[in-house]
Write a protein that binds this ligand. Structure first.
Ligand code: 2M8
Length: 436
């Protein structure tokens, strides 16, 4: 069975790979190139076709803006199966936007630094991959400079996100209280996602009003970072986003050292990284919850809910040993019931938890991959193995879905995969899990 699934995963990635040199997350539902999807997809390709892995990263970086910003969607083609598209986002409003590639004016978790490092580790032709890294690495470095210079407004080493789509965890209950502070108009738009997926598993129209409203505000300031920081109703420091940035700093530092002669850049990254580690530990860890949480800058308060993001600082080595053990206990107590697959995206004990609705509870393979690597980093091998086994078993029993209901049905025919089918990062990370 494993062999046929490996073939299937390979086929999904090859079929989702487009002529323009990038991979769509899932046919119809997501017809463009998404930033963090591309990073995970490259990891999958790296195991069987390094040239496609490299192409994926190169294509994404070609759409980088001149200020270092990397957009969350690159609209390489026109498509009428997705809303909102390029005409709505209008990236060109920003003076530094790419003139060649249409994109959004928001970003996504900065995965490219650690992805580049993983490509180096996976590659059997080190000289060849180093040539590629040499061509791309400064672009990622410039992206980190962008984050630290534009989005760390209080000089804490913590960068903000200004839209829930920047978090990647789109309709998480984490944002519900922020929506209560906003009262957007009821926009007229035609959703496309709900024609591909059961609407009860997707965000509501009212939630989309909020998402659209934040973009309209950002557009009214031509996506200017300073203005967004002053005026966006959504301004959050996210432990997931910041942990990924820190882990990517580490990747860049290691690769620059291997390349040699980059002392200034290494020193800059080291300095920023220390500050970020300090910031995340000081500001985002909540002793009473035994975990890291988000901070809502606009409303000046922590968002005191546990989600899978709460444990991702393990991925970048943020907690010292004692705190890591505390975090592990919270993880096992709240998310580790034997009735559940690891890892629900939101606290299963909370009344806002919904096991079938997108980022409000389902298991996501990319978050599992981050948590797996974080737990392994601390030597929490037993629970790391459980997360890996659960990820593999969910895919083997159900298929390469976008997300999965965490509640076990105890039947060989579970049927608990939801959202997009033939989903690229589920296929890519399945391959990486098997090779790990
Ligand atoms: C989902 O997000 C997009 C918007 O970016 C959407 O709902 O239309 C999220 O799961 C996000 O994390 C992911 O990158 C994207 C494509 O897979 O889909």
């Amino acid at each position: 069975m494993k062999n046929s699934l490996i073939e299937r995963a390979t086929k999904i990635l090859n079929e989702n790979f487009q002529k323009g040199g990038y991979t769509i997350p899932s046919k119809n539902l997501y017809p463009f190139q998404w930033k963090w999807d591309s990073g995970f997809i490259a990891l999958g390709f790296a195991h069987f076709d390094m040239s496609k892995a490299k192409k994926e990263i190169e294509t994404l970086l070609n759409a980088q803006w001149s200020n270092g910003f990397i957009p969350h969607i690159v609209f390489h083609v026109d498509s009428d199966t997705y809303f909102p598209g390029p005409d709505f986002h209008k990236s060109i409003l920003h003076p530094d936007a790419s003139a060649q590639f249409r994109s959004t004016g928001m970003t996504q978790p900065p995965v490219l630094g650690f992805v580049l490092e993983k490509l180096y580790d996976i590659s059997k032709e080190k000289e060849n991959i180093l040539q590629f890294i040499k061509l791309q690495i400064d672009k990622i470095y410039n992206n980190h400079i962008y984050f630290y210079s534009q989005r760390d407004i209080d000089d804490e080493g913590l960068v903000y996100i200004y839209h829930n789509w920047e978090s990647g965890t789109d309709n998480s209950p984490l944002w519900d209280d922020i929506w209560k502070t906003m009262n957007p108009p009821k926009y007229k738009f035609e959703r496309k996602d709900t024609t591909h997926v059961d609407p009860s598993q997707r965000p509501t129209n009212r939630e989309y009003d909020h998402y659209i409203n934040i973009i309209e505000i950002a557009k009214s300031y031509n996506y200017n970072d300073e203005k967004i920081a002053l005026h966006s109703p959504f301004l959050v420091q996210d432990p997931l986003f910041n942990s990924i940035l820190i882990r990517s700093n580490e990747g860049l530092i290691r690769l620059y050292k291997i390349l040699g002669g980059n002392e200034e850049k290494v020193n800059y990254l080291k300095k920023q990284n220390l500050k970020s580690l300090n910031g995340i530990n000081k500001k985002l860890f909540r002793d009473n919850l035994g975990a890291y949480v988000h901070y809502d800058i606009r409303n000046k308060k922590h968002i005191p809910y546990l989600s899978s993001s709460s444990f991702t600082p393990l991925f970048c080595g943020a907690p010292e040993k004692k705190r890591a053990i505390k975090l592990l206990n919270t993880f096992i107590n709240k998310f580790g019931s034997s009735k559940h697959y690891l890892c629900a995206s939101f606290n299963p004990e909370d009344k806002r938890f919904n096991p079938k609705k997108y980022w409000r509870g389902p298991v996501w393979i990319n978050l599992n991959w981050i948590l797996y690597n974080g737990l392994k980093r601390y030597g929490f091998n037993e629970i790391a193995k459980r997360i890996k086994d659960d990820s593999i078993s969910l895919i083997e029993k159900n298929g390469f879905y976008e997300y999965f209901d965490p509640i076990k049905k105890n039947s060989p025919y579970e049927n608990i995969g939801y959202g997009g089918t033939n989903f690229s990062w589920s296929a890519a990370l399945y391959l990486d899990f098997l090779n790990n």
